[in-house]
Design a protein around this ligand. Sequence first.
Ligand code: FUB
Length: 382
Amino acid sequence: MPTLRASTAYLLGLGLPLLLTAACQSNSGSSETTAAQPAAADTAQTAAPAAGQAKFLSAPLVRDIYTADPSAHVFGGRIYIYPSHDIDANVPEDDNGAHFAMRDYRVLSMDSVGGKVTDHGVALDIKDIPWAGRQLWAPDAEFKNGTYYLYFPVKDKQDVFRLGVATSTSPTGPFKADAKPIAGSYSIDPNVFTDSDGQSYLYFGGIWGGQLQRWRSGQYDDKVAPNQPAGEEAYGPRVAKLSKDMRSFAGPVTEVKILDEAGKPLLAGDTKRRFFEGGWLHKYNGKYYYSYSTGDTHLLVYAVGDKPTGPFTYKGVIMNPVQGWTTHHSIIEHKGKWYIFYHDTELSGKTHLRNVKVTELKRRPDGSIETIEPMTGATASR
Ligand code: FUB
């Protein structure tokens, strides 16, 4: 999560004086549909930057609410997106990301990329999660056993991030949350991946405001500093097998190892490559691709391995920095093409009011991923 210093510097020094649309100031409302803008559109005129300053690769998928952290899945041939629902809760910004004070989830869907986007309304509200305290962050979803499972991070009443699960008979909810968090879960950004043998895995974790470092000893300890000494092995994301009913861990939580080209674990000082948050696992040609955000260096990068639990070897950058501090993504295949869903702050210019987008993900013949430049112009560099 952004530090106050970093995000303020960005907003003062580089951020665009973007205009809020009146519609975007409303954060509630019933289900409605919105026409998706075609990917690769130049949306400069709707974002209201000064002429010639910035061009965005893709357009926001919805414009009447703020959305972030898009976890996309194909269920029954249709694309469903499970994003965070950003709101302006008037919570002062701090180093732990308190200003990301989201309170519900809404599901978006579309027949195909470029088609009409449907907003299905509130799928789960924080008030209906018995153990929740505050901050409903990036979710993910899976379909199994005839049930849709929504995985979510939220701080419990002791202000410790835990992961919860909620179920529905519909991909769009409403979802009913289990009475307690998943036993043994912690930190943020759950991502579920089901392998071809039917085994599902839950990946999770995020440093700094995501609290992963506080579990360094195996116990929660809020005295652990967010930043590690540069020469230490960087904290890795976590993974655990999910039980058949998808509501608990079926084995131990293990640390995912991300290695450099020499087979050595990435170090904490290697901030352009080490894991920060927002992990996503997908499989391509029998290889496992683990991608994630580098946080304070604002990159989406990927590493490749032979097993779902790793180790993974760092391979490169998927996406250069977007406008905004956070960057978060998901990757799916639909109708023979691969897509990356991501977010930026085109609509608001504010760190915590983001909008989800999609663009095509292209690979070279050897399976490596081409780097995407999400914007060009004055604000593309930091
Ligand atoms: O949306 C809140 C947090 O911001 C997510 O959990 C992180 O991945 C970052 O996108």
